[in-house]
Every structure is written in structure tokens, then in C-alpha cells.
Design a protein around this ligand. Structure first.
Ligand code: GDP
Length: 445
């Protein structure tokens, strides 16, 4: 899980706090000490930890907390706000040029995930109605150009690569030619993949700075591997000095890394984290929302991302039809089945469950969650008559028994499924009306 152990440590700290009605200064100090240790153990940079804990402490000792009805909750709120702050505060979107093409340059060490990101961004932009083009200006690694071509093909996005004899070996020239080609061929965004080295070096910086000068990008995204630990901070500083950048992309957030160093980058460079990369697949990628990430780390739930993911699994007409059905109470087991199948198509149900508030407590259940569960659910619904699927109220005892037999299942399982369906329908109705759903088993924070 993203920032799993940091998250576990912080939620544990808050759990201890929750049993207290009033907070003494020594309670606050104890809590701040725990937070400090958790952040340091997660590799968050020392200077970030220091200022973070200082402001949490100051605010937690203030009157606003002492007079509150629930001081513990208040402290969680403060930590949440401060965390959103170090993650960059507001979400920042890509800036598009007034006159296309918009030029987005990628920079970062070798292996950071730039080439993969080029494909992800390209695919994402294309889905959003843009006409992106990828540029292979990484001429350092022998097969980098070919790798970008493969990625481009997977993403269904055009790749501009140096022609033999024309600019081979000169990334600045390639980048310039690419911009010209984009203007001629009316691509509206150009994503320039640049070379990286294993470590920061002067030559690399000079090349990146030269490319930057030549293409005058609207955005320079610094891609940083969340797994590289404390080096993230040094590397980010070096790139800021050598090339400078307008935004940060955290990659490999799916790893088991402690990830804290990456969390420090926004705060230390003053540049916002704009995207998060969470896997090798081209769809494992999302715009970064500081508030949602903070909620996820503090296990406050991330309902918005959940809903967005669910929505992106449907096409728009279908989504509207489902919303309509939910709003008018016409959501049936058929729709439920269809949704489930679509969610599975969209991938990672487990990941989605992980975004529910209080999911930590369900960790075991999550780890034991398996695909076969869905297969069993499908079997049960498919054993129902079309009428029963439309009108679950029809499902009396003898019908349930028949269905259980047909699906090779038990009445208990059929009952459980119907209950889950009813809960889901209720929850979706609340969401459709713009409310925040009460998750079953979710206690107060
Ligand atoms: P570049 O040298 O910066 O262009 O890095 P690449 O895009 O070639 O990525 C290096 C390796 O990391 C490749 O094997 C990618 O598949 C992998 N990779 C990139 N992004 C992610 C990510 O978000 N998660 C994981 N697990 N692997 C990634």
C-alpha cells in the first residue's frame, strides 16, 4: 500500500489519543514525538519533519484545541491540514500554452520512470481530447528511443524519433525538430523525454538545461522514484539548481518503499507534486491531490478517488444511466452485476477497497480478498431469473434456496450477497445526492 507503514504508525498514534477526553501538554508532546519518529522512519527529510512537528505541536497546544469537544479529533484534523500543506496544498493542473503546442519536458535520473511516464501522460492527454506527440530526446541509453516507440505504440500516441543522419546524437536538435514537426502536423502537446544518468552529473544537467532553453517548455516535470529514500531530496535540489522544474511526478508509489523522502520534495523545492505513478501499466497513473493523499495516509478514506475510479470504468452514457437508476431507486441486481464486471475490467478492486475510510481495520479481510469471491457472486446472480434480478424483493426463502443450489452455493451466501447489494445501493444513492456515505463498520475518527 502507498505509504503503508507510515500510515499504520500514524493511525496507531491517533488510536492511542482517542481514548483521552482532554489532552494535557504531555499528551501532546507524546503524540508529537510519535509523529516525529514515524515521519523520520518513513524517510521524510529532517528539516521537513522539524517544521511539521513544530507547527502541529504549537497548534495542538493552542486554545482552539483545548476548548474543543473532541480534542483528539482536533489533533487529527491539524495533522491532516499540515500534511496537505507539505504535500503542496492545492492540486495543481497542467498549464496549457495559449498557442499550441504545449511543450512538456520530462527530467530525472535514469530509471526514475520518465519514458513510462511519457506514455502514461500521452495516453491520459489523448483520452482528454488532446493530440499529444512523444519525443525521443534521450539519446544516451542505447535502446531508449526504441523503448519510447514501444510505449507510444501501446498508448496509441505518435512518437517523434531522430531520423538516421539527421540530428542523431544531438538531443537539442532532435527536440527542436520535434517542435517544428508538431506545429506542422498540428499536435497540440509535445512531451519531451530526456536522458538521465544513474547519478547526478554536470554533463547531464547541462544537456537538460540546453534542451530546456531550446524548446522553452510550458512545464518541466521532475520525475522522482519514491523508492530512492533520502537521496530524493539531494537529487531534487540538484535538478532544481541545474534545470529547474515546474512540477514533480512521484513514481513507483506502488512499491513497498517508505516513500517519505518523496513526500519531502514538494516542501523542500516549493514545487507541487502534479502526478503519481503507481505501476508499470500505462493506466497506473493519476493526477495528484494533496488532500486526498493526506486522507489516505491518515486513513480518513478517499471517497472521491474511489468514485472517480468507478466513474472512469464506465463510459459516460452508461454512467449517466446508472446515476439515473440510482436516483430513482431503480438500481437492480443486474446493474450490480454489470458494475462489478466493469470494475474488475478496470482493475484492482482491492486497490479500491483500500481507499475506503477505516480500511486499515479491514486489512486482513483485504489481504484475503480474492477474485473467486467475484466469480461466486456472479454465479449467484446468474442463477436468478431476470425478474428476480430486477426485483430483489421477490427473493423469498424458497427462491433463495433454489438460487443457492443453482450456483453451487449456500443460502447464507445468497443472503449475504443480497444484503451487500442493498447496502451498496443505499450508499450509492447517498453519493448520488452529493452526500458522504456512512461506511458500514466505520466508527468516528
Ligand atoms: P527512465 O529511465 O526514467 O525513462 O525510466 P523508465 O520509464 O524506463 O522506467 C524504469 C523502470 O521502472 C521500468 O522497468 C518501468 O517499467 C518501471 N516503472 C516506471 N514507473 C513505474 C511505477 O510507477 N511503478 C513501478 N512499479 N514501476 C515503474
Amino acid at each position: 500500500a502507498q505509504f503503508g507503514s507510515l500510515s499504520d504508525r500514524l493511525t496507531e498514534t491517533f488510536r492511542n489519543l482517542r481514548s483521552k477526553g482532554r489532552l494535557t501538554p504531555s499528551d501532546v508532546d507524546g503524540t508529537v514525538r510519535e509523529i516525529r519518529r514515524a515521519l523520520l522512519d518513513a524517510d521524510v527529510a529532517l528539516e521537513v519533519v522539524k517544521s511539521f512537528t513544530a507547527s502541529v505541536r504549537e497548534r495542538a497546544l493552542s486554545d482552539e484545541v483545548n476548548k474543543a469537544l473532541n480534542p483528539a479529533q482536533q489533533v487529527v484534523q491539524i495533522v491532516n491540514e499540515e500534511l496537505v500543506g507539505i504535500l503542496g496544498g492545492q492540486q495543481r493542473r497542467l498549464e496549457f500554452a495559449k498557442r499550441p503546442p504545449t511543450v512538456i519536458m520530462l527530467a530525472g535520473l535514469q530509471g526514475a520512470g520518465k519514458t513510462t511516464l511519457a506514455g502514461k501522460l500521452g495516453k491520459w492527454l489523448k483520452k482528454d481530447g488532446h493530440t499529444p506527440m512523444l519525443v525521443a530526446a534521450d539519446l544516451q541509453r542505447p535502446n531508449a528511443v526504441q523503448q519510447l516507440q514501444v510505449v507510444g505504440e501501446q498508448a496509441g500516441v505518435h512518437v517523434f524519433a531522430p531520423e538516421p543522419g539527421n540530428g542523431v546524437g544531438d538531443p537539442v536538435k532532435v527536440a527542436k525538430n520535434a517542435i517544428k514537426a508538431a506545429v506542422d502536423q498540428q499536435y497540440d502537446t509535445v512531451i519531451v523525454d530526456t536522458a538521465g544518468r544513474l547519478g547526478v552529473d554536470a554533463e547531464l544537467m547541462k544537456q537538460a538545461a540546453n534542451i530546456r532553453k531550446a524548446v522553452d517548455p510550458d512545464e518541466v516535470l521532475f520525475v522522482i522514484d519514491a523508492m530512492i529514500g533520502q537521496d530524493a531530496v539531494t537529487t531534487a535540489r540538484a535538478f532544481q539548481e541545474g534545470v529547474d522544474f515546474t512540477g514533480v511526478v512521484l513514481s513507483k508509489l506502488d512499491g513497498d518503499a517508505r516513500g517519505g523522502a518523496a513526500l519531502s520534495v514538494a516542501s523542500i523545492t516549493g514545487r507541487p507534486i502534479m502526478f503519481a505513478s503507481t505501476g508499470e501499466g500505462l493506466d497506473d497513473f493519476e493526477p495528484f491531490h494533496p488532500d486526498r493523499m493526506a486522507s489516505r495516509i491518515l486513513d480518513l478514506g478517499d471517497i472521491l478517488s474511489l468514485i472517480e475510479q468507478a466513474q472512469s470504468a464506465f463510459d459516460e452514457d452508461e454512467a449517466r444511466a446508472v446515476a439515473e437508476k440510482i436516483a430513482t431507486d431503480n438500481f437492480t441486481l443486474n446493474d450490480f452485476l454489470q458494475q462489478m464486471q466493469q470494475l474488475r475490467k478496470a482493475g484492482s478492486i482491492k486497490g479500491m477497497l483500500g481507499m475506503l475510510p477505516g480500511a486499515k481495520g479491514m486489512r486482513e479481510a483485504l489481504d484475503n480478498f480474492d477474485e473467486r469471491e467475484i466469480v461466486r457472486t456472479e454465479a449467484i446472480i446468474q442463477s436468478m431469473t431476470p425478474q428476480e434480478r430486477e426485483l430483489p424483493k421477490l427473493l423469498n426463502g424458497s427462491r433463495r434456496l433454489r438460487i443457492a443450489r443453482g450456483a453451487g452455493s449456500t443460502v447464507t451466501e445468497v443472503n449475504a450477497l443480497v444484503n451487500r447489494f442493498e447496502q451498496a445501493a443505499k450508499m450509492m444513492k447517498t453519493v448520488a445526492r452529493g452526500g458522504v456515505p456512512q461506511m458500514p463498520g466505520m466508527g468516528p475518527i
